[in-house]
Design a protein around this ligand. Structure first.
Ligand SMILES: NC(=O)c1ccc[n+]([C@@H]2O[C@H](COP(=O)([O-])OP(=O)(O)OC[C@H]3O[C@@H](n4cnc5c(N)ncnc54)[C@H](OP(=O)(O)O)[C@@H]3O)[C@@H](O)[C@H]2O)c1
Length: 259
């Protein structure tokens, strides 16, 4: 069986650019997201450029049994996971009291449960391949986030899980990296319900720049990859400035973004 690279959330944004970088570096891939047309278009684009044609799996990772379907798709292709990139995720702007309960639980379901389940199911593959795991968290992982509370909390989970796994899996030869981007120009803000003017104010990085930082961090075996100086500073400050001081600022920044 061939060990290949599995990328979730590859139909657009950071995940699609990660796929472009992996393709450039000759990786065989399985690309996953709900939008099958976008995945097929990306697969065509990459194979037209001479990369091995990526396999695509249109799948809602938040549905029960989704992680098992990923494993089944790999086995059907006579493949294992040598690299897993858990990138699929979303957030919603608004207060915990104002946002819909099911929609908020959906964030936990995708960003936390699906990521954890897929990681645990594919861990034997990664260990056998002495492979690599890249989890996409956020600078949001470093702070409580009034105005986007469940999203920030979900990313704190991803950061904590990834750092602990980095330590645990060293002895197995598996490197674990967590990518913590700040604002990035993708479809994320649209889905979150964030105003386009607010996004401009945040001076987002390009998804390719973020993906390149993630790829470089993963290949270097770094524990954490934070693209951009300001994002690194924010993460550093979170360790020294009390959250009590940050929270009104975050609330102000996010005020009026959502419901
Ligand atoms: N953009 C930012 O400012 C920013 C900052 C920090 C961290 N991040 C994180 O970066 C990651 C990628 O986000 P992005 O910015 O590239 O946003 P994006 O353009 O909205 O991409 C999200 C990806 O996740 C997929 N996805 C969403 N729900 C899914 C589901 N239920 N099942 C399977 N796939 C699903 C989407 O594809 P389909 O819609 O086709 O399913 C898409 O490919 C996320 O984890 C996000 O939290 C983003």
């Amino acid at each position: 069986m061939t060990a290949i690279t599995v990328i979730t959330g590859a139909s657009g944004g950071i995940g699609a650019d990660l796929a472009r970088i992996f393709a450039r570096n000759g990786h065989k891939m399985l690309l996953i997201a709900r939008n099958g047309e976008a995945l097929s278009a990306l697969s065509d684009e990459l194979s037209a450029q001479g990369a091995p044609r990526p396999l695509v799996l249109p799948l809602d990772l938040a549905t029960p049994g989704a992680a098992q379907r990923v494993v089944a798709a790999l086995r059907q292709a006579d493949a294992t996971a040598g690299i897993l990139v858990n990138n699929a995720g979303y957030g919603l702007a608004g207060t915990v009291a104002g946002l819909d309960t099911a929609e908020q639980l959906g964030i936990v379901n995708l960003n936390v449960r699906a990521l954890t389940e897929l990681t645990l199911l594919l861990l034997p593959d990664l260990i056998a391949a002495r492979g690599r795991l890249l989890n996409v968290a956020s600078t949001a992982a470093y702070f409580p986030g009034p105005g986007m509370a469940v999203y920030y909390a979900s990313k704190a989970f991803v950061l904590s899980l990834s750092e602990a796994m980095h330590q645990e899996l060293k002895k197995d030869g598996v490197s674990v990296t967590v990518l913590c981007p700040g604002a990035t120009a993708t479809g994320f803000f649209d889905r979150a319900g964030v105003d386009a003017n607010m996004l401009k104010m945040l001076r987002p990085m390009s998804s390719m720049t973020v993906a390149e930082a993630g790829y470089a961090g993963l290949m270097a075996g770094r524990r954490v990859a934070i693209p951009g100086v300001m994002n690194k500073v924010a993460a550093l400050l979170s360790g020294v400035v009390p959250h009590l001081l940050f929270m009104p600022l975050l609330q102000h920044l996010q005020a009026g973004r959502g419901r």
